[in-house]
Every structure is written in structure tokens, then in C-alpha cells.
Design a protein. Structure first.
Lengths: 214, 332
């Protein structure tokens, strides 16, 4: 199977739809991960948010730009999720959409730059850095992996696959970390030994992107 | 799980309908999820808006009324509200003198209120934010999320609310709120976990003979797990944590709040208050004002939080000022 060369509006919609399906499938796992070191609402929050995104995109009708799709998705997450994940994922997708600008179809290089803008939005809003046991620990390697693959001449499809794998690796690396941001940080050393739920849901987002363009 | 609910998804909506039916002094927008006073904000009065996840009742909706909050925004259970709610609240209650957001220091609350403040400023409403972070169980540092906002939230909302009724400017009301927060320290102990309606089972398992020490108000585990001991020893440890962080000299005065987390009888809360009073008496610290009850709760969690606020004449005047809300009422 040959993947897409450009991320267009339909592919962006497909990305969001696949993310919605993935968080629904993984709701209980996300909730369990969050119950261990947070307050146990991450699965429910993500499902509420991406269900709202699906409804908003359906109501919006024809959108010709992938950037417009992701701007609407981000705005909807901010307005529907609450908690930390709403503003963080919402701002990230808004930043991705904004960076895609008026491109009708974005190539690997453009998508990589846009994903980087998403990562930067999370860092700027949340104030976290790599190693703090947050979603950034999956975002940072995912974006780096994506850009690395594109720089090596890889296709959009291959880069997205590479990014999803890197996100998974980054999420696994949160297990031995001690949380320094978010609610898990209140546990101090007791947060060690658990996968960060935000990193786990980030894996779903990047896996959905790979599936959408693959 | 046995709960008096209709459906886990409708908990907040159904509770808001009940609040609206029970308290004619409040105006409840169940769609926008904003609770305001039924009366419009007096022109020129600074408005106070707070909010946070549901599950901490009577915080925050029960503190809407004369002398305290102008509006409260309830989120889903243990999930901060969304910026749209705070923006709707700010627009509804701004009396032209600006709005103070009282925000408990949790990442979600901070981020959503920050976005709401930006949106409000874009619409021409001046906003000042007071961050509440009184929980000494969490070590503060530049690199972490910092201390949690717990029992002191009530004290901040009461005294900043009074400052607003007395005609304080936006800067003055915010400064009062920050001063109360800076003067307050809290510590909490849980005897059980709590069960969110959506999860349907306790957030953590706690053996019959163990307690979680240094918990917050969201069912998250605390700093350490210890064996249950007599109340005297548990309070001694909690008071040591508070007084190590903010030493009080003989002759100083405090407002003391002993707050139930939702599942502890008042009888036990009074036992705790008695122990708090003995510790303070031994240090020569005077309890100028006291409050005992369930005010900042964590659903059905059994446990208690202790909050001490170093008081002075000005703060006591603000504390004694009339307040007329569903959960706190005096002087009216």
C-alpha cells in the first residue's frame, strides 16, 4: 500500500476520526494509568473531547484546508475537555493548524514543522520540559523522529510511522521518571514506575496520524 | 459503587438543577454551567469568580452570595472547568471594576483560567488572578507544579469577597486574596480513598489499618502511607508539618479551619479541632476565629484537612464581615 504524499483536509479529518476511535478503544487503559498517579479522568476527558471534535467537524461541513480542520479541532478541545489535557492538546492542535496555514496539502517538511509548533505550544503553556514525565516526553521524540525521517528523504507516510514508533519509545521512558509537572508531581518519588497517561494518549494521536496517511 | 445519582454522565447537570431549585438567591445557568448571584453586580464593585472541578461541594457554588463570590464555574468531577465557562461568568458579573479569578493551583485550573483571562481581556474586562497554594504536603520548587490549593481557598474567597463588598479596587481585592493565601498553610490526612461516579471504584486501595498522609482533594494518593494512630498523634504530625513551614510565635493569632473531606462525621472533626487547639495553646498561639465542618471536600473521602491562617486586625475584620451564601452565613 502506498501512503499519501500530502496531508490534505480529508486526511486531517481522518486523523481526528482515528484519534477519536483510538481514545474510545483505550479509554479504560488511559483512566487506569491516570488513577495510578493522577485522578483517573484522562480516558473520560479524552473521549469527551474527541467526541466533541467529531461532532464539530461534522457540523462544520466542507473544510478545504487541513489547517482549518485542526484549528477547529483544537478550539473544540479547549472548549470541551477542561483539566490540563484540554488546553494542552487544544493549543497543540491549534498551533499545528496555524502552522499549516493556507496549504491545501502539506508535504512531509511542512507537517514536520507544524508538529514542531504543536510541541512548542505544549511546552510554552504547560512550562514542562523533556524528562518531567509528561506528554512532552512522547511529543519531543515523535517530532524529532518525524523530522529525522523527512530529512533523510522519507515519505510523509514513513515519517509518520517513524514518529509513532518514537512516541511509543518516549512514552515507555516515562515509566522510571519522577513526575515534576502535573498532578502526578504531588506524589514525588511514588510517581516512579508508572507510564504517564498524557504520554500514552500522545502515542494514540501519532499512531492515528500514521494510519491516516499510511 | 452505590451513589445517589441518575447516571454518571449527568452528575454535574443534575446537581446544578438541584442547586438552582434549593437556592433562590442564586441564578444557575445549567447549559453554560455558571452559578451567579441572582442580583446583578453593583456598578463599581469588583467581582469575584472562582471555579474548579466538581466534587468539592460546597466549594465553589455554595460560596456564591453577598460577601463572597459573584460567580462559580463547576467543571466535571475533579476536572477543571473550560475557559468558555469562566469567560461567560466574567461577562455576567463584571460590574465595570474588573474581575478577580480565584484559582486553586492545579495545572488544569491554572491553564484554563489563564486562557479565560486572555479571552476576557480581549473583550475589555480587566482580570486579576489570585492563585491559592496552601498545601504544605507538597514541596514547592521552581521545577514542579508547586503546592496545591486546598482549604485556604475558602479563606481567600471569604476575605477577598469582603474586601470587594467594602469597595476595594481590583488591585486591592487581589492583594487581599494573595495576602490571605500567603498567611495560610494546610495539611490533610485521608482514612479512605474516594470514588468518582465515572470511575465507579476508589481511586486507590487503602487497607483497613492504614491512612494516606499529605493528600490533596482529588482522591490522589498522598506523600506517604502510614498506620492508623490516635487522633492526637495524627494531628500532632499534621500540625508539625504546618508549623515547620510557617512558625507561629507566642501571642500570635490564627483563624483555624478544621475541614472534613466529605466522609468524616462532625464528631471526629471536633475531636481533631480539640487536638489542634491543644497544640496551639501549648505554643501560646491564640485561636481568634474558628470554623469546623465540610467545606472543601473530596467526594466521599473520609479524612480531614487543617488550615491555619495567621491573622491580624484587618483580616479579622474581613473575616467577620457579613456573608450570605448557601454554605457560609453570618452577620446578616
Amino acid at each position: 500500500m502506498v501512503g499519501l504524499e500530502l496531508l490534505d483536509a480529508d486526511a486531517a479529518r481522518d486523523w481526528m476520526a482515528r484519534t477519536a476511535a483510538a481514545v474510545l478503544d483505550e479509554r479504560d487503559r488511559l483512566t487506569e494509568l491516570d488513577a495510578a498517579i493522577g485522578d483517573g479522568d484522562h480516558g473520560v476527558s479524552m473521549v469527551r473531547g474527541f467526541t466533541a471534535v467529531s461532532a464539530a467537524l461534522a457540523a462544520a461541513g466542507e473544510l478545504s484546508l487541513p489547517g482549518a480542520v485542526l484549528l477547529l479541532a483544537g478550539r473544540t478541545l479547549v472548549s470541551s475537555v477542561g483539566g490540563a489535557s484540554g488546553p494542552l492538546y487544544g493549543s497543540a492542535l491549534r498551533a499545528v493548524g496555524k502552522a499549516l496555514g493556507d496549504a491545501g496539502g502539506a508535504d512531509g517538511k511542512q507537517v514536520g514543522a507544524a508538529l514542531g509548533a504543536g510541541r512548542d505550544a505544549i511546552a510554552a503553556l504547560g512550562g514542562a520540559r523533556g524528562g518531567d514525565k509528561t506528554m512532552l516526553d512522547a511529543w519531543i521524540p515523535a517530532v524529532a523522529g518525524f523530522e529525522f525521517a523527512v530529512a533523510g528523504g522519507g515519505s510523509l507516510d514513513a515519517a509518520a510511522q517513524f514518529a509513532a514508533g518514537a512516541a511509543e519509545g518516549g512514552a515507555e521512558e516515562t515509566v522510571p521518571m519522577e513526575a515534576r509537572k502535573g498532578r502526578a508531581s504531588y506524589l514525588g518519588p511514588r510517581s516512579v514506575g508508572h507510564l504517564d497517561p498524557g504520554a500514552a494518549s500522545t502515542v494514540l494521536l501519532f499512531r492515528a496520524l500514521a494510519d491516516a496517511v499510511g | 459503587m452505590k451513589k445517589l445519582i441518575n447516571s454518571p454522565d449527568e452528575v454535574v447537570t443534575d446537581a446544578l438543577a438541584g442547586i438552582a431549585a434549593a437556592h433562590p438567591g442564586l441564578s444557575v445557568d445549567t447549559k453554560a454551567r455558571v452559578i451567579t448571584r441572582a442580583a446583578q453586580t453593583r456598578i463599581g464593585k469588583v467581582a469575584l469568580v472562582s471555579g474548579g472541578g466538581s466534587g468539592h461541594e460546597p466549594l465553589h457554588g455554595g460560596f456564591v452570595g453577598t460577601g463572597m463570590l459573584d460567580a462559580a464555574c463547576p467543571g466535571e468531577v475533579f476536572t477543571s472547568p473550560v475557559p468558555d465557562q469562566m469567560l461567560a461568568a466574567a461577562k455576567a458579573v463584571d460590574g465595570g471594576a474588573g474581575v478577580v479569578f480565584v484559582v486553586k493551583n492545579y495545572t488544569g485550573d491554572v491553564l484554563n483560567f489563564r486562557m479565560a483571562a486572555e479571552f476576557a481581556e480581549e473583550e475589555g474586562i480587566s482580570v486579576q488572578t489570585v492563585l491559592v497554594d496552601d498545601d504544605v504536603a507538597v514541596q514547592d520548587s521552581t521545577w514542579t507544579a508547586g503546592r496545591r490549593g486546598t482549604g485556604a481557598t475558602l479563606l481567600v474567597e471569604k476575605m477577598a469577597g469582603a474586601a470587594a463588598e467594602f469597595g476595594g479596587s481590583l488591585a486591592e481585592v487581589a492583594a487581599t486574596g494573595r495576602r490571605v493565601n500567603a498567611a495560610s498553610r494546610s495539611f490533610a490526612v485521608a482514612l479512605t480513598s474516594c470514588t468518582t461516579p465515572a470511575a465507579g471504584r476508589p481511586g486507590f486501595d487503602l487497607p483497613e489499618d492504614e491512612i494516606e498522609v499529605g493528600v490533596g482533594i482529588h482522591g490522589e494518593p498522598g506523600r506517604s502511607r502510614e498506620k492508623i494512630r490516635p487522633a492526637r498523634q495524627i494531628v500532632a504530625d499534621a500540625m508539625a508539618a504546618i508549623l515547620d513551614d510557617q512558625p507561629l510565635d507566642p501571642g500570635e493569632e490564627v483563624i483555624a479551619l478544621v475541614n472534613g473531606l466529605g466522609g468524616t462525621p462532625l464528631l471526629e472533626l471536633y475531636i481533631v479541632f480539640g487536638e489542634v487547639a491543644s497544640v496551639l495553646a501549648a505554643r501560646g498561639v491564640r485561636i481568634a476565629r474558628s470554623l469546623v465542618g465540610n467545606y472543601v471536600t473530596s467526594l466521599d473521602m473520609a479524612g480531614v484537612s487543617i488550615t491555619l491562617c495567621r491573622a491580624d486586625e484587618e483580616l479579622l475584620t474581613l473575616w467577620d464581615a457579613p456573608v450570605n451564601t448557601p454554605a457560609l452565613r453570618w452577620g446578616v
